[in-house]
Design a protein around this ligand. Sequence first.
Ligand code: HXC
Length: 510
Amino acid sequence: MNQVIKELEARRAAARAGGGAARMERQHAKGKLTARERLELLLDENSFEEYDMFVEHRCADFGMEANKVPGDGVVTGTGTINGRMVYVFAKDFTVMGGSLSLAHAQKICKVQDMALKNGAPIIGLFDSGGARIQEGVDALGGYAEVFQRNVLASGVIPQISVIMGPCAGGDVYSPAMTDFIFMVRDTSYLYVTGPDVVKTVTNEVVTHEQLGGAAMHSKVSGVAEGTFENDFEALVQIRRLIDFLPTNNREKPPVRPHFDHADRDENALDSLIPENPNMPYDMKEVLHRVADEGDLFEIMPDFGANIITAFGRMDGKTVGFVANQPMILAGVLDIDASKKAARFVRFCDAFDIPLVTFVDVPGFLPGTKQESGGLIKHGAKLLFAYAEATVPKVTIITRKAYGGAYDVMASKHLRGDINYAWPTAEIAVMGAKGAVEIIFRAEAGDPEKITQRTQEYEDNFANPFVAARRGYIDDVIIPHATRKRVIGALRTLKNKQLSNPWKKHDNIPL
Ligand code: HXC
């Protein structure tokens, strides 16, 4: 018996050794942790249960039969994060660059299947050179098996990808179909083809960083939902994110005990809106003051920053905050902001997370760049997402709600449940100046008349009462009572029942 146990231990040790000490050393020298070190940080202490550590590839080409490492370049299994079950896989770059063989793919598929069956989130840690070059079509088929499972799990369990090294070729599309992609600064790259292929095909010379670095994807392309400084910060933050999320689409998000009174007043909000409607203020301050303990987890903080999307809690329960940010581009809705917020709204709706929307929006961004970029279709994504959402929707207009953007931002007309306005709200087709220039064009030569008309327009429309008289606003609230009122509204919506007509699926403007 002793001998058998010793043999088991030896086999386990061989699997844990991955690609060997020298390659682990190289991994550390690059500022990266190994796959197992990463899982240790991600999961609760001693909670990791590993599967398939003895799996080997079955490739016999290019001398591969003599090049086998148990585990085959990916560590898979289950564990807990603050006591709640998750499934994980972590690519081991020390084993053939974390490249994907058929056996490696089958290990990932196994945990994907278990996560879906058992209703738990799945987190993938990526650090890989793509398809195992020696395997050919087996590797390609393996990727497609993973992709298929990503799609079936979408909207059923949260799927999170963390890019912690190279991630190229076939490895990019699985993360792309998950709910969130996070990257690590300076050590992670995400691209379909690397700089060498780019040079061959297009003659363009680019660095890894320019082509697919964390800064590019979290600020320019919008492929990544966020960037962290290093492996350690990334894993700690993913633990935080998981705490906000339900484990699947049939469970409620966890309720977190807190020490923040539901009826806490925030007097500073009463003087937050500047006298001059063209002056900005920081909408993030509103969110921090309203959320439980000011605790927020922002999604895409550096992309489309004219809209804020963040998880927070109200009265201990997770909510999705969507808020126009007057500090950036006056909070206008453009292509990036629309896509960003639409995806966030759909995630919240899929996972039964109520939406709390703060509105200060001067409209959609005009111009040829936006129109030729497809603003109509992209703006419609956000409109569509809000309109189809059946979760509780509480909306607060703090200042401007102009034009089509008023409709889009969870208005009453899109089944907003409770719609509040601060007394500073201005709900109109457009700002007074623009409106007067159009409807009183004949008086343009008379500045005195124009000033008078502008004042008239402001008096009539630069307030929330026209909308309130029609019932489009349920109440005009004092800003300092916002937290109390939103929590009160969410309590009334606790048992909300609303469903859309039966359909196979909708046809959101992609
Ligand atoms: C097999 C691979 C590999 C791969 C890396 N390795 N990528 N083995 N298949 N795809 C091995 C290397 O041989 C090396 O082995 C070890 O991993 C580390 O690689 P290095 O090149 O030394 O590391 P580094 O300098 O850090 O460069 C990392 C890298 C580079 C940028 C990822 O390895 C690279 O360009 N790899 C190829 C990327 C690629 O073209 N993949 C195929 C994509 S096509 P030793 O033994 O020396 O440690 C694809 C199509 C799928 O994925 C489409 C499905 C839809």
